[in-house]
Ligand binder design. Structure first.
Ligand code: 1CP
Length: 334
């Protein structure tokens, strides 16, 4: 059994598997080299030779316990026919959302647009470097995808003022998102993904009263779906205020926490396996600080099933030697 499965399925507390959100990406010079020659990000994700190579780049350098497929949560709106481009120094920019058009998309149309992600997964998961390791497939949570699809750009600054104006549209889109997320999850699993992570990067934008409608209900449906396929599911409802309530209602197999979550509170309140937490900014400091902060998480979670990870994606300006040191610290911890 893989180390991550031992933690998730057997609640093993004697091992410390590690993988890192955004481990395949811009902090690696070998990624930047490929990216430079491939200015269209979506096309890069859909080039199974390059995307599988990028997926495995961090595993060639570091002793990580899983690969996460190099793709993006915004492949879903792309597969639904909404325009998606990634602009330099701006981020994702999405085209207009047309409910009539999106309602007409069927499973075959969707798969035709994104099937090369599945080809990449097949390549990656059969690579010998992943023997006894996990291949992580992923999706954006319905809420986070809704945010990008309606807002048409990152909500970093704010949601558009009239975001919630058209409740009919929002509810219809949520159902469509949920339907195609299931298709996307199933195809990732059929092609070798053996863990699914659900990224809800913008969970923290919602008021408490809106959580049941936009987060709990749609995420619970997805979690139950992944469970029905016998694959472990990890949820990352970033910046949600009440992780305990989320876990009690949604019941993922493991919960990934952000760097503002207090690990001492988490360990008191949460019984399921935990993942992550370390602030990615710590990797921009020095080895001494990194060691101190890494030990903090390892000590707090030493008697709890725990997968080491960061509290959000590794930052592009990170020096790979700090990642190497982090992996070594975690692996050598007894
Ligand atoms: O070179 C570049 O400019 C591309 C940068 C980049 C990369 C490397 C983007 C654009 N996406 C990715 C890959 C990616 N995205 C992966 C696979 C690689 C890995 O993890 O190793 C994954 C899992 C994601 C997931 C993702 N995309 C999330 C959820 C996690 C998170 O960071 O919160 C989100 C919100 C996105 C949208 C997205 N894609 C890219 C950017 C710059 C953004 C975020 C924009 C924003 O802040 O709103």
């Amino acid at each position: 059994m893989t180390l991550i499965n031992k933690v998730i399925k057997e609640n093993n507390t004697s091992i410390n598997p590690i993988w890192i959100m955004r481990q395949a990406g811009r902090y690696l010079p070998e990624f930047r080299e490929i990216r430079k020659k491939n200015p269209d990000f979506i096309n890069l994700c859909l080039n199974e030779n390059l995307s599988s190579e990028i997926t495995l780049q961090p595993l060639k350098r570091f002793n990580l316990d899983a690969a996460i497929i190099f793709s993006d949560i915004l492949m879903l709106p792309y597969g639904l026919g909404q325009k998606v481009v990634f602009e330099k120094n701006f981020g994702p920019r999405l085209g207009e959302l047309n409910l009539d058009k999106i309602s007409q998309i069927d499973e075959i149309d969707f798969i035709e647009k994104v099937h090369r992600v599945y080809k990449a997964l097949r390549k990656v998961s059969s690579d010998s470097i992943l023997k006894d390791k996990n291949t992580i497939g992923f999706v954006g949570a319905p809420w986070t995808l809704l945010v990008y699809m309606i807002n048409q750009q990152s909500p970093k600054k704010n949601l558009k003022e009239d975001f919630f104006k058209d409740e009919f549209l929002i509810n219809r889109i949520l159902l469509i998102i949920e339907k195609f997320l299931k298709i996307h999850i199933k195809n990732q699993i059929d092609n070798g993904a053996n863990v699914i992570q659900i990224f809800d990067s913008w969970a923290g934008l919602l008021d408490e009263k809106d959580l049941p409608n936009y987060i709990y209900t749609p995420t619970l449906n997805l979690v139950n779906y992944v469970k029905s396929l016998n694959v472990p599911v990890i949820c990352f409802p970033r910046e949600i205020k009440n992780y305990k309530e989320f876990c009690d209602i949604v019941k993922p197999d493991a919960i990934s926490i952000d760097y503002n979550a207090n690990p001492k509170e988490i360990i008191k309140n949460i019984k399921i396996p935990v993942q992550g937490g370390l602030d990615p900014k710590i990797l921009l400091t020095d080895k001494e600080t990194l060691k101190k902060e890494t030990m903090k998480y390892l000590e707090i979670f030493k008697d709890h099933p725990y997968i080491f990870n960061l509290g959000h994606g590794v930052l592009p300006e990170t020096n790979p030697s700090m990642v190497e040191y982090l992996v070594k610290l975690v692996k050598e911890y007894k």
